[in-house]
Structure formats: C-alpha cells, structure tokens
Design a protein around this ligand. Sequence first.
Ligand code: TXA
Ligand code: MG
Length: 333
Amino acid sequence: MMTLDISEENLKIAGRALAEGKLVAIPTETVYGLGADAFNAAAVARVFEAKARPSFDPLIVHIARIEDLEKIASSIPPKAKLLADHLWPGPLTMILPKRSEVPDIVTSGLPTAAVRFPQHPVARKIIEFSGTAIAAPSANPFGYISPTRAEHVARLLGEKIDYLVDGGACEVGVESTVIDMTHDLPKILRPGGMPVERIIEIIGPVDMSVKKSAVVSSPGQLDSHYAPSTQLFLFEYGTLNLGNAHCLIEGMDPGLAAAIVFDDARAQEAARAGFSTVFTLSSNGNLRDAAANLFALLHELDSRNFSVLVAEKCPDEGLGRAINDRLYRASVK
Ligand code: TXA
Ligand code: MG
C-alpha cells in the first residue's frame, strides 16, 4: 500500500487509480471509506474480499456531482429530491431504486442502491478525478470499529489495498445516516452523522422504528457491529454506578476497567463509583465533539489491556442517537 498526502497531484493519482480498478482508501467527513469504481464489478469484488465482508451486505455509491445521481437511481421521488437539495453534500445516504447499469455485486442483488454525495473536499476531488462513481464501505474489517484516521486504515487493512489518502481526522466521526426513500413514509435504516431532526424539518415525518426482521434490509442493522475485541458493557445515560456495574459484570475489578462517559459531570460520577480510568467523549458535553471522538477512543482503548470497557450512553438526541446506536452495537457479542 502507498500512502498519499492530499496534494492536487496525489488526488489525481488516486482518482486515476480508482478508474483503473484499484482500491483506494479515502477520507470522508464521516469515516474513511474503501473505494472502488462502482461500475467495475471485479474491483468491487476486491473490496468485499479486503474487508471479509459478506456478499449480502450492499455498498454505498458515492458521487461528486448532483447530476450523477441519475446514473445510479432509476427514479428520484420528490422527497429524495428535497433532501438532496438541502442536505447534500453531507453525511446522508439515500436508498433509491437502482438503474440496471449498477452491477448487482454493489447492491447485493437488491433492486435498490444506496447513494451519498460526501462533503469532504478530498473525497469530492478524488471522485471527480476518477470520472466515475465510487462504491465505498467504511475502511475496516467487517464488524469492527470504523476508521476515523488514516493510521486506523493502515493498521487494519494496509496490506490489502493499493492506496491510502491521508486526510487527517474525520470531522463527523460516525457513519452517514441511511434513509430508505422507496416508501411513502421514508424509513431511517441507520442513525448517523445527519441528525434525524434535520431530515424531519425538510420532509416531515419518517419511520424511525428500525425493525429487526428475518431479512436484514441493512446489515448496519446487525446487532453486533462496530465492535471492539475487548468486551464492552453499556449503561443508560446517568445510570453508571458501582452497584449496577457489579450486577452486570461478574467479578469485575473497577481498577482494570476503563469507563467511557459523555462529559465531565458524568466522569466525576464514574470516578466516585470507583472507576480509576475514566474517559470523556466531550468534556463540556457537546454531542458533535463526542461523535467525532467516539471511534478513535474505541480504537485506542481496544489496543490497551483493559479487562472490560464500561460505557454510558449519551443523551438520546441529535448525534447522540448515532453515538448510542454504535455503543449498543459495540456492546453486543
Ligand atoms: O458514512 C458512511 O456512510 C461511510 C462513508 C465511507 O461514506 N460508509 C459506510 O459504508 O458506512 P458501510 O458499507 O460501512 O455501511 C453502509 C450501510 C450498510 O449498513 C449497508 O447494509 C447499507 O448501508 N446499505 C447499502 N445499500 C443498501 C440498500 N440498497 N438497501 C439497504 N441498505 C443498504
Ligand atoms: Mg461499515
């Protein structure tokens, strides 16, 4: 793998490599993606292989010009048009009926495709230089924590990819919100970097009751996902105390555990409860900062020798929904 900085020349190299069927990890505002030409089935197959991702889990197709939406989607419902006008580029992925030109491997044979127009200037330039649309899942082995820094990608997938473009830390830090626009009442499949509240302001009510059905319509819904190797136990916001922890975690030594909490106020509680190692997601209680820090903290804690991780949810609003969703999935084995 070759790491590239973000000089214009290097972004052209990355774009050309994608056009030639190579795998390029690229920074986006949410997390790093592992990109391949969406119209090159063999290149996309290598993405699944590199991630050890099951073939039933479809990829998001990334575009860098609104006109390109028509190359992926066979029809664009009025509410999807409204969301594209107001919230793109940004951390929002829409599920739309797909055009037959999009290879089945990208969509796992589904009649729909996931499309996103990312905000990150580096991602946009690389996609533009490629001259095509880019299929890109998060650049992590399947089921593990998503990468928010180039070094995460290098460590996790370095040997399996051709290029890594180092754009520094990702600003949003959690994956895009995925919304299925093929129903009259659009359906949130994955809470993410675009707050659901913003979406509702623009198109009105959405279905937020992500159902766990036998058929997984979005494997981001799989219970166990985004998971560290160290076992993580999750507590509701404001409920992390020693009594609760001992109930849930048999034989726990609070001295060997790391606690993850939202802000300084909750950190003081955790320290009072006997946890000697406590990490805050945002000391002054800002949900955007908390989301931006979440995965980097999980990567770091997972590489240290804690016996368990103990996390408390954030307030369940705005980006807090995405954080709590990822913490929940990290806690399920
Ligand atoms: O922020 C993001 O979305 C990042 C960056 C790289 O753009 N990408 C990302 O991709 O998180 P990935 O593959 O890790 O997650 C894509 C999610 C998966 O849960 C997948 O099942 C769902 O989108 N998805 C893709 N196509 C779908 C479809 N046609 N119908 C339903 N869900 C779909
Ligand atoms: Mg992923």
